[in-house]
Design a protein around this ligand. Structure first.
Ligand code: OOG
Ligand code: NI
Length: 466
């Protein structure tokens, strides 16, 4: 009898991300164009920077450099969120971080389902930014009740996806055949539906309450609303988009362009107006349009400590006090200058970022440290000063609420800007999710601490062996 072997969750995630990419390219041709620009710019950047190319080769990530890093969906109910969590768990994706977007005028709160830990991230870092609609922020009580009733009736998962998720949970994994079926079934949840779930009048009412409410409530499923490959030169792709007939959002979100990249920079092309139809009470279909789907690119830098993040948040706020980026791009250049000026106080040197405790680093034994001896009490600063250990920035794997709000807003249009009272409610979100989210700072601190412990273990093992 042969022992059953299960496909690793990393492989299922990779297959899923590839299937999603293929589906989205067919559904949204402009996304295919964006992918082509990204591939070209990445190839040019690598040709001009052999050191970067070597580093990517060494870390085994060269081949996958232009692949998708994340996507996003918006869910309607707690039950959908719970099932989504179980589906993502089969792919080795777990909820990390809590993002409150009510503050930015978007009635959702969110988490990111992502692989956790070095090995899984390296294998395939694909994540899904997942938002839950907050009907509690809608003032019109009647509309709220109607929206709830509509959402209660839909089933966004196929019977096959549910059955295979339960099977994976029961037996601790899926074999080859099941994994293939699981990917195909799970993909269905993310597909676009051009026939709405509601009639045109209801769509309009939902849309008037907030465009995002219409996007979540009016359809059979939470269509993937964007995918995001990694680019090695985000400013260049932003410049090139118009030449290829794609309208980029006004500015790149996040920190300015720097030598030492921090956190996350991202930009997108604006969501497209797509044909959809609505069925009236007599069963006749009426033509209409809906605007939701777009394409995005990202480029990541070092994960910041709470101290570094507080500095980042303060400088970003300063820059936006100086110039608030307009949606039409009319002050984009002024915003870029204000952003660069505001960030002058943030050191642009790895050693300085480390010395000031602003970022998380992974430590490793240098050639000199290899076989050297140190006391178990040695501080990491001492080991660095003695040249026994070196350090590399740990990449930020999460999202930024201000940036996410900017991405949402660029697709909602100015008329949708709306005031909600900021009301973060992580407890409520976690209750709906059925578990708590992982704190991203704790996670990075843990990776850093482990790397220091590994260095010390080797330095003191050498002592013990003497
Ligand atoms: C998600 C926007 C957030 C990001 O990259 O910050 C996001 C959405 O529009 O649903 O994906
Ligand atoms: Ni995104």
């Amino acid at each position: 009898m042969s022992t059953r072997s299960y496909v690793s969750s990393c492989n299922i995630r990779s297959a899923f991300s590839a299937a999603m990419s293929a589906m989205y390219r067919t559904e949204v041709p402009a996304y295919g164009t964006l992918m082509d620009i990204v591939a070209t710019v990445n190839a040019e950047t690598l040709a001009a920077d052999p050191t970067l190319k070597r580093r990517l080769q060494e870390t085994d990530s060269l081949e996958r450099v232009s692949e998708e890093r994340h996507g996003a969906i918006r869910l309607g109910t707690a039950a959908e969120l719970v099932m989504m969590r179980r589906v993502f768990a089969v792919m080795g994706m777990y909820p990390v971080g809590y993002y409150d977007l009510s503050e930015a005028g978007v009635p959702v709160h969110s988490t990111a389902f992502r692989p956790v830990g070095d090995a899984a991230l390296k294998r395939n870092p694909f994540r899904v930014f997942t938002s839950l609609l907050r009907l509690d922020l809608i003032a019109d009580e009647e509309l709220r009740a109607q929206a709830e009733a509509i959402l209660q009736k839909r089933q966004i998962f196929t019977a096959g996806a549910i059955e295979l998720t339960e099977k994976a949970e029961r037996q601790g994994g899926l074999d080859d055949d099941d994994a293939r079926r699981f990917v195909a079934e799970a993909l269905e949840t993310f597909r676009w539906h051009d026939q709405a779930n509601v009639d045109l009048a209801m769509y309009k009412r939902l849309h008037d309450a907030h465009r995002l409410i219409a996007d979540v409530v009016s359809f059979k499923g939470p269509h993937i609303n964007h995918l995001t490959p990694r680019t090695l030169d985000i400013d260049q792709v932003q410049r090139l988009m118009p030449e290829h007939g794609i309208a980029p959002k006004a500015v790149v979100e996040g920190p300015p362009s720097r030598r030492c990249a921090i956190l996350l920079r991202q930009t997108s092309f604006k969501a497209l107006e797509e044909a959809v139809s609505f069925q009236d009470a007599n069963g006749n279909w009426q033509k209409g349009t809906h605007t939701a789907r777009f394409g995005e690119i990202e480029s990541r830098g070092i994960a910041l400590t709470p101290k570094g993040r507080a500095l980042y948040d303060r400088l970003l706020t300063d820059s936006r006090k100086a110039v608030r980026p307009a949606a039409d791009g009319s002050n984009a250049a002024a915003y870029e200058t204000a952003l660069a000026d505001a960030f002058v106080p943030f050191p642009d040197d790895w050693a300085e970022i480390r010395a000031q405790g602003l970022g998380y680093f992974r430590y490793w034994l240098t050639e000199r440290g290899d076989g050297a001896v140190a006391s178990a009490e040695s501080s990491v600063d001492r080991l660095v000063a003695d040249g026994l250990v070196g350090f590399d920035p740990i990449v930020y794997e999460d999202f930024l609420p201000v940036s996410a709000a900017g991405i949402f807003q660029s697709n909602l249009g100015e008329e949708a800007a709306q005031e909600f009272t900021a009301s973060p409610n992580q407890q409520r979100f976690e209750r709906d999710l059925g578990t708590s989210v992982l704190n991203e700072f704790d996670h990075y601190a843990g990776i850093e601490a482990q790397s220091i412990a590994d260095c010390l273990a080797r330095l003191t093992a050498a002592e013990a062996a003497e």
